[in-house]
Design a protein around this ligand. Structure first.
Ligand code: FES
Length: 107
C-alpha cells in the first residue's frame, strides 16, 4: 500500500492508503478526502482536482504534459510551486509517504 498525507488549507491532515496504479485523485475520492472535487472524473477537463505536491515529492513525478499544464490555468486557486492535477498522478510504490497540500477552494 502507498501512504499519502493530504494537508488542507486549514493545516488539518488526512492520511489515506492507496494501491499502486491508481491515480492520486481516485485514491482521494475513494477515501473521502475533502477538497478533491474531480468533477470530470479524471478526463482532464475540470481542474477541480488541483493539489500542491510537496518537495521533494514533486521532483519524483514525471513532469506534467501540455494538456495538464493548460488545464491548470483553469484552477480556481492560485498556482503554486508543485501545483498538479491529481488525476494525472499515477501512484507507484516509490511515492509511498507522498505529501500534498490542498488549495483553499476548487471553485
Ligand atoms: S478530475 Fe478533472 S481534471 Fe482532474
Amino acid at each position: 500500500m502507498i501512504h499519502i498525507r493530504f494537508i488542507a488549507a486549514d493545516q488539518s491532515a488526512q492520511d489515506i492508503q492507496a494501491h499502486p496504479g491508481q491515480s492520486l485523485m481516485k485514491a482521494a475520492v475513494d477515501a473521502g478526502v475533502n477538497g478533491i472535487e474531480a468533477d470530470c472524473g479524471g478526463a482532464l477537463s475540470c481542474a477541480t482536482c488541483h493539489v500542491m505536491v510537496e518537495a521533494p515529492w514533486a521532483n519524483r513525478l514525471p513532469p506534467p504534459v501540455t494538456d495538464e499544464r493548460d488545464m491548470l490555468d483553469f484552477a480556481a486557486s492560485p498556482l503554486e510551486l508543485g501545483s498538479r492535477l491529481s488525476c494525472q498522478i499515477v501512484l507507484t510504490p516509490e511515492l509511498d509517504g507522498l505529501q500534498v497540500r490542498l488549495p483553499a477552494s476548487q471553485y
